[in-house]
Design a binder for this molecule. Structure first.
Ligand code: FAD
Length: 533
């Protein structure tokens, strides 16, 4: 039996930060278990994103259950399975969310999670390499964050068009206010992806007190009564046990953290009993409260040649882009997947934006092996509510840790989500039809000019929308009967066991989820260290 002070399960956005901070004190012996391999070479090049989306060696490649809101389609649910987790294959947009998101968490009873409480951790984790107000931005953290220029004229044109419909440019949406349109801040620097594998684990990997084991599938927590004493894991089929003298931190992400709790006998009693799993702690909320962004991609043909990635990403254009990349110039090879975004309000009088629009200067067509760059010149603009109220669930269907859990998103089940999605599509249309866009000679491919009523747009959404890969909330933090962890991220009713990753978010943050997940890892580590002091 191996013995450590701390065991961290999952080396993703949050888990890498937890392991890095805990092992910074050489007196702490830390084990970090990761089910996937070291991050493959594709993760270093930002455009490698496209390849990794369907790469079975580094991606769990989950699929959702069919449901009415998807017209019975199963949605693709990629998750990183490698060092860095989903930070190693994500779209690299860096978005913290709004101050109100965290104030809401605090108002739900989670002491220590207001914006004022989490801001120091957001600052601590980053080195922001652009102008910005140091009240909000950090300069010395492990994660390098940049703010690219709109080098592509297409993006500059969209910013101008947005201004014509009242959406102003915001120089730092992670600063004082989120409102407006801006180039996506990027976890890309020096021409490479800034994953947590690169930023947190590479500097820590030679610490003698940190052991990182890859290809190590954790199969469950070991419990002694109501105390967690370690974990069971397997490497290439060989079984191991590791003991934690102090604590186990599960950071396996919003899909696998609830799976691991259920496999360990922590969850809904009837569900566990029906699978032959002994109930160690009844917690009804495990796997519930699943939230994600469900986003239709509006599609536009561009008559003007040479501006979209469809023209730039082929033949001589691609050679030029590769050369630009080689000389560290802005290029489609080192860009965020959706390089431009706008945070907007669905109606006047709202305290903060509630909708997100994101632009990808390219059209893709769905083939059997995933999306392929289209022969047609164009772009897409996805549009969705940022704080959906629809809740789904994720549960195991077997006691076998290798069997994928069932993912039910239950999208659009809250009527307000349907209403706001239609509103977001209409705002995307208004930007694309603004006068500044005229020289681009756009044609609306989807929804298409003949779909105009709310009902027609909603039917189209159900046919085409996909997630933007932000599942959260399945081990939610709180004080109500459906909460799984308390505000110190300790699993209710079990000692020595915390969950620290996107699954603890009680509600979805206003934007992408990598930055808040890393913040959660940073904050969890501080809480663990404080408890031991
Ligand atoms: C395709 C894609 C694009 C995205 N784009 C963006 C973006 O542009 N900007 C943004 O902010 N967010 C983006 N996200 C979301 C963001 O990356 C995630 O929300 C965030 O990384 C979640 O962090 P986490 O720590 O909760 O989980 P993860 O980073 O997924 O880490 C979980 C880790 O645990 C490991 N693990 C799971 N089960 C086990 C087990 N049983 N044993 C051992 N290890 C295990 C996994 O392999 C993984 O490494 C994207 C996500 C995806 C998938």
């Amino acid at each position: 039996m191996e013995t450590y002070d701390y065991i961290v399960v999952g080396a993703g956005s949050a888990g890498a930060a937890v392991a890095y901070r805990l092992s910074a004190d050489e007196r702490n012996k830390v084990l970090l278990l990761e089910a996937g391999p070291a991050s493959p070479r594709w993760t270093t090049i930002p455009i490698g994103y496209a390849k990794l989306l369907y790469e079975p060696k580094a991606n769990w490649l989950y699929a959702s259950e069919p449901e009415p809101s998807t017209n019975g389609r199963k949605l693709h649910v990629p998750r990183g399975k490698m060092l860095g987790g989903s930070s190693s294959l994500n779209g690299m947009a860096f978005v913290r969310g709004q101050a109100q998101d965290f104030d809401t968490w605090s108002q739900m009873g989670n002491q220590g999670w207001s914006y004022d409480d989490v801001l120091p951790f957001f600052k601590r984790m980053e080195s922001y390499e652009a102008d910005g107000d140091d009240t909000f931005r950090g300069r010395e953290g492990p994660l390098r964050v940049t703010n690219p220029e709109p080098a592509n004229p297409l993006l500059a044109t969209i910013i101008e068009a947005a201004g014509q419909v009242g959406i102003k440019h915001n120089p730092d949406y992670n600063g004082a206010t989120q409102d407006g349109i801006a180039m996506s801040q990027a976890t890309i620097a020096s021409n490479r992806r800034q994953s947590t594998a690169h930023c947190y684990l590479e500097p820590a990997r030679f610490r003698p007190n940190l052991r990182i084991v890859t290809d190590a599938l954790t199969e469950g927590a070991m419990l002694d009564g109501k105390r967690c004493v370690g974990v069971r894991y397997s490497v290439h089929g060989e079984k191991h046990e590791a003991r934690a003298g102090r604590e186990v931190v599960i950071s396996a992400g919003a899909i696998n953290s609830p799976q691991l709790l259920e496999l360990s006998g922590i969850g809904q009693p009837e569900r566990l009993q029906s699978l032959g799993i002994e109930v160690r702690q009844a917690l009804r909320g495990v796997g519930e409260n699943l939230r994600d962004h469900y986003a239709p991609r509006t599609r536009w043909g561009i008559g003007k040649r040479g501006v979209s990635y469809n023209d730039r990403g082929r033949g001589l254009g691609l050679v030029m882009q590769a050369l630009r990349y080689a000389f560290a110039q802005p290029s489609m090879l080192n860009a965020v997947a959706a390089p431009l975004r706008a945070f907007v309000r669905s109606r006047e009088g709202l305290e903060a934006p509630d909708l997100l629009l994101g632009w990808v200067p390219m059209l893709t067509e769905l083939g059997p092996k995933g999306p392929k760059i289209s022969h047609r010149s164009g772009m897409t603009c996805y549009a969705h509510p940022m704080r959906p109220e629809s809740k789904g669930h994720i549960h195991i269907t077997s006691s076998d840790p290798r069997k994928a859990p069932a993912i039910n998103f239950n999208f659009l089940s809250a009527p307000v989500d349907a209403e706001l999605t239609v509103r977001a599509v209409r705002i995307a249309r208004s930007v694309m039809n603004a006068p500044a866009m005229a020289p681009l000679q756009l044609t609306e491919i989807g929804p298409g000019r003949d779909l105009n009523t709310d009902g027609e747009i909603l039917d189209w959404v159900k046919r085409v929308a996909e997630t933007t890969y932000h599942p959260v909330g399945t081990c939610k933090m709180g004080v109500d009967p459906m909460a799984v962890v308390d505000s110190q991220l300790r699993v209710h009713g079990i000692e020595g066991l915390r969950v620290a990753d996107a699954s603890i978010m009680p509600t979805l943050t206003s934007g992408n989820t990598n930055a808040p997940s890393i913040m959660i890892g940073e904050k969890a580590a501080a809480m663990v260290l404080k408890a031991a002091a």
